[in-house]
Design a protein around this ligand. Structure first.
Ligand code: F6P
Length: 341
């Protein structure tokens, strides 16, 4: 059996741990051969490959990023894209494919499955917004990075009696903002799921200063004011139709300063929260996903995604993961509000 492996979409810590587990178990227990597809769906679309065996995966467990490279190429949007992938897989003698990715990458995998391509999905995203799995790997690492940033912002904010706004990733789901904000003791957390009222935010800022502490506001890039629009970068849409976000932190700091008269600054964490070595939690989760993915190939149970449910790794239909995004439920946000202001 020859198995292709690809990583698509935004990279995240733990991708290499999955690749390593897939290859190690695949070679040792099943005697499989592997083909590494480069740069997400661009690899099978254009026949871009690299050798993938025990030698290539040695030492990569703690390394961030992905040895295979990634991209946001969407073959479904390209005329004849699916047929080209089928032809390239056949020409390379690839019998099955493991696609490691988030909503977009696994959405393509779902469509390829309906065309008869033998594919297994493995959930990755720092955003933790895939349904059918309790956690995606990468999320824990980014939350820890953002938490550490908030810890550091507290001390400088207090020295200068300033408002500090930290903008974290999260386009449609506020999981990173919620967890990092709670773990870091932010005084306000703003998420895309719950449009915020600027007067209320300013009220929380004022009350924090009254108790002689400086406020830290943790805002997800996709958060938006109740009476305003999403703040986006002036950049073209990507192949999956996503706008480029970032700007809400600066906007918020300036609006708060105008209304409260308190000096306010913003820090945008950006790709720092996606790079570098994975936490132990993410290394273990990614490794377990990799082992389960190659087991699913061996069982011939295609069209599935491996998922964490409780402490067990299970297989779910690909479409169960990509149909609806897993957003922060209102009751989880209500919990966090106990610490606002
Ligand atoms: O999907 C993961 C993610 O990190 C989002 O949180 C963020 O909006 C997006 O990727 C950024 O993508 P890019 O690195 O392509 O700008």
């Amino acid at each position: 059996m020859r198995v292709g492996v690809l990583t698509g979409g935004g990279d995240c810590p733990g991708l290499n741990a999955v690749i390593r587990a897939v290859v190690r178990k695949g070679v040792k227990d099943y005697g499989y051969e592997f083909v590494g597809f480069r740069d997400g769906w661009k690899g099978p679309l254009e026949g871009l490959t690299m050798p993938l065996g025990i030698e290539q995966v040695r030492g990569i467990l703690p390394r961030g990023g992905t040895i295979l490279g990634s991209s946001r190429t969407n073959p479904i949007k390209i005329e004849g894209g699916v047929a080209r992938i089928e032809e390239n897989l056949a020409a390379l003698g690839v019998d099955a494919l493991i696609a490691i990715g988030g909503e977009d990458t696994l959405g393509v995998a779902t469509q390829l499955d309906s065309h008869g391509v033998k594919v297994i999905g493995c959930p990755k995203t720092i955003d933790n917004d895939l349904s059918a799995t309790d956690y995606t790997f990468g999320f824990d690492t980014s939350v820890n990075i953002a938490m550490e940033a908030i810890d550091r912002l507290h001390t400088t904010a207090e020295s200068h009696h300033r408002v500090l706004v930290i903008e974290v990733m999260g386009r449609h789901a506020g999981w990173i903002a919620l967890h990092a904000g709670l773990a870091g003791g932010a005084n306000v957390i703003l998420i895309p799921e719950v449009p915020f009222d600027l007067d209320e935010v300013c009220g929380w800022v004022e009350s924090r200063f009254e108790s002689h502490y400086a406020p830290i506001i943790c805002v997800a890039e996709g958060a938006l004011p109740a009476d305003g629009d999403l703040i986006t970068k002036d950049a073209p849409l990507d192949a999956f139709g996503h706008v480029r976000l970032s700007g809400i932190g600066e906007w918020l700091a300036s609006a708060i300063e105008d209304r409260t008269g308190k000096e306010s600054r913003a820090a945008v964490l950006g790709h720092i929260q996606r790079g570098g070595t994975p936490t132990a939690f993410d290394r273990v989760l990614a490794t377990r996903f990799g082992l389960a993915a190659i087991d699913a190939v061996h069982a011939g149970d295609f069209g599935k995604m491996v998922a964490l449910q409780g402490t067990d790794i299970v297989r779910v239909p690909l479409e169960a993961a990509t149909g609806v995004l897993k957003t922060v439920p209102p009751e989880r946000y209500e919990e966090a509000k106990a610490f606002f202001g």
